[in-house]
Write a protein that binds this ligand. Structure first.
Ligand code: DMJ
Length: 637
């Protein structure tokens, strides 16, 4: 530093005054630092501390900050900047990440009650343990999610008054039958395929597959909530223990972002919300973090495949021009919003909000959303539109985002009803025989085919009916009923009374498969899912009867000696089994059947939305949760 001589002041005099000033300033800054530092030692309730150290300063770290990946630490450490890294398409993400550790100090085992008769006891033991678990957590992490308050914000107990059993003996018998099917499917999985992803019921072994990036136990994670709501507590406890001790998230394989999200993240989140077991939450957040590198694209639209170990992500080889799939990147919203809710880490919600933003802004042909989008340019890659495979759950997540936000997410609402209008204007058709169906759209040309997957839309349109424009509400409910009826027809027109993978409405066909390759049934849930929603919305007994027809058909054609199997041809008299008990049979098909034969207060739609794998996620009542937080803080002061 250079000092210029001031007029009338000697060099030595100036030096003295400056050094006095310097010492004084040094003293002053030391005093300020000491006072500020002392704030950290004050109790949390002191107002001064909250003024100077605002919430944002005690938020958890975001992923991408290297070694800050420990979940326990994540709940406590100060926020560090997110290091977003651009990834050339298909090029490796190289950041190494240390394994996370779950918070096992607060874990307790539920008492293993006997299934039927001990159910109430098991649950109440579970509940009191759960309270202790969540209390411990509240003490340890006062800034994070408060499970007890969450329970207080539910309008009804999650499991209903009498665990959902109905006053009608016939319906209760049917419910018991579905529970027996679940136990049979589960017992065989446990016996022959424990820890693998699915059971192969004919060869009596397990299947790992390549969708989950080396993660194991898909059937276990997918079954947790179904076992729990059915009161199969011994089985639930086995599943829980496996997740706690053996679900290893440090795998190093190529996973479908979508499948891992809907089955594993969704399954863990629901298990947490139903039981309050902290390790479910920690594992969900830890796994969610491992999915984040897939979003490191120029547009923020994630790629479909990710290596869970290295974080490298790329697009499906079969997806045209390296594009991402609408139903995949559009089916993350519910889970990611809950990950932010439970971790207090905004990064998850930010990721899905930027997908939303892009989709809201982009130009849509005739108001429709094509199935393929480039994660690099953010443009549509080809104009194939479908409410079935490749598109389906994107629409589902729009209306469910609105409902899950306690009807505050106006953007999702607007996007959903505009999309539905475009679907009605362009895709909804009436067959010569009077069946309403959803065709597919290929650059303006209609393909008069409806996939089994598209049959979820009866339920979706049903649950959205009430929030549509007043003059449209009855119309939407009618449309939902018509679509559900058509899907039921696709079942009744087959020899097995199970529906084909896709059915057509051309060349004289009416809700039947015309191609050999479309005749299979792989234990899919979508038709039964719509029966369940339509039952809850209308209480028309035909939906329960249709569900029962499906139970009988499943028993007759899909039940084999050691589990349930898909079949290759729904029109064949002698079944040819595909030797696969899909994990979604346990999480969705049997759960929706069980709910269909239960009272409406078991997982009430007033409190819960189901993710696309039928994992229940609670409606987020922000004002209720926040009010209580304020009250508690005031009390503690
Ligand atoms: C499930 O994994 C989910 O429902 C998904 O949205 C679509 N496919 C299967 C069931 O058919």
């Amino acid at each position: 530093m250079v000092f210029r001589k001031l007029p009338g002041v000697s060099a030595s005099g100036m030096g003295l005054r400056l050094s006095q000033k310097f010492v004084f300033l040094l003293f002053l800054s030391g005093l300020v630092t000491l006072c500020f530092g002392a704030l950290f030692f004050l109790p949390d309730s002191v107002r001064l501390k909250r003024i100077f150290l605002s919430k944002t300063e005690v938020q958890p770290v975001t992923v991408g900050s290297g070694s800050e990946n420990d979940v326990r630490e994540h709940l406590k450490r100060p926020k560090e900047p997110e290091h977003t890294r651009d990834m050339t398409p298909g090029k490796g993400e190289t950041k190494s990440r240390k394994p996370s550790v779950s918070n096992e100090a607060t874990e307790e085992r539920l008492a293993g009650g006997k299934a039927q008769e001990d159910l109430t006891v098991s649950r109440s033991k579970a509940d009191s343990l759960m309270e202790r678990v969540s209390d411990a957590h509240i003490d340890a992490n006062s800034d994070t999610f408060n499970f007890k308050k969450f329970q207080g914000c539910l309008l009804k107990p999650a499991l209903g008054r009498d665990s959902g059993s109905t006053a009608d003996p016939k319906t209760n018998d049917r419910r018991e039958k579905v529970k027996e099917m679940m136990k049979f499917a589960w017992d065989n999985y446990k016996r022959y395929a424990w820890g693998k992803n699915e059971l192969r019921p004919l060869t009596k072994n397990g299947h790992l597959g390549n969708m989950f990036g080396g993660l194991r136990g898909a059937s276990i994670v997918d079954s947790l909530d179904t076992l729990y709501i059915m009161g199969l507590m011994d089985e639930y406890n086995d599943a829980k223990e496996w997740v706690q001790t053996s679900l290893d998230l440090n795998s190093n394989g190529e996973a479908s972002l979508f499948e891992v999200n809907i089955r594993y993240v969704g399954g863990l989140l629901s298990a947490y919300y139903l039981t309050g077991e902290e390790f479910f939450r920690n594992k969900a957040v830890e796994l969610g973090e491992k999915l984040l590198p897939a979003f490191n694209t120029p547009t923020g639209i994630p790629r479909g495949v990710i290596n869970l170990g290295s974080g490298t992500s790329w697009s499906w080889g079969w997806a045209s021009a390296g594009s991402s799939i609408l139903a995949e990147f559009g089916t993350l919203h519910l889970e990611f919003v809950h990950l932010t809710e439970l971790s207090n880490n905004p990064v998850f919600k930010e990721k899905v909000m930027s997908i939303r933003k892009l989709l809201n802004k982009i130009e849509k042909p005739h108001g429709l959303y094509p199935n393929f989008l480039s994660p690099v340019s953010g443009n549509w890659v080809q104009h194939h539109v479908s409410i079935g495979g490749l598109g389906d759950s994107f629409y589902e997540y729009l209306i469910k985002s609105y409902l899950m936000s306690d009807k505050t997410d106006e953007e999702a609402k607007k996007m959903y009803y505009s999309a539905l209008e475009a679907i009605e204007a362009n895709l909804v058709q009436k067959s010569p025989g009077g069946l309403t169906y959803m065709a597919e759209w290929r650059g303006g040309i209609l393909d008069h085919k409806m996939g089994h997957l598209a049959c979820f839309s009866g339920g979706m349109i049903g649950i959205g009916a009430d929030d549509g424009a007043p003059e449209k509400r009855q119309h939407y409910l009618d449309l939902a009923a018509e679509i559900t009826h058509t899907c039921h027809e696709s079942y009744t027109r087959s020899t097995t009374r199970l529906g084909p993978e896709a059915f057509r409405f051309d060349s004289g066909a009416e809700a039947t498969a015309t191609r050999l390759s479309d005749r299979y049934y792989i234990l899919r849930p979508e038709v039964i899912e719509s029966y369940m929603y339509m039952w809850r919305l209308t209480h028309d007994p035909k939906y329960r009867d249709w569900g029962w027809e499906a139970v009988e058909a499943l028993e007759q054609h899909c039940r084999v000696e050691s589990g349930f199997s898909g079949i290759r041809d729904v029109y064949a008299l002698t079944a040819s089994h595909d030797n696969m008990q899909q994990s979604f049979f346990l999480s969705e098909t049997l759960k929706y059947l069980y709910l269909l034969f239960s009272d409406d207060d078991l997982l009430s739609l007033e409190d819960w939305v189901f993710n696309t794998e039928a994992h229940p996620l609670p409606i987020i009542r922000k004002s209720c949760l926040q009010d209580e937080v304020t009250e508690e803080k005031t009390v503690s002061e």
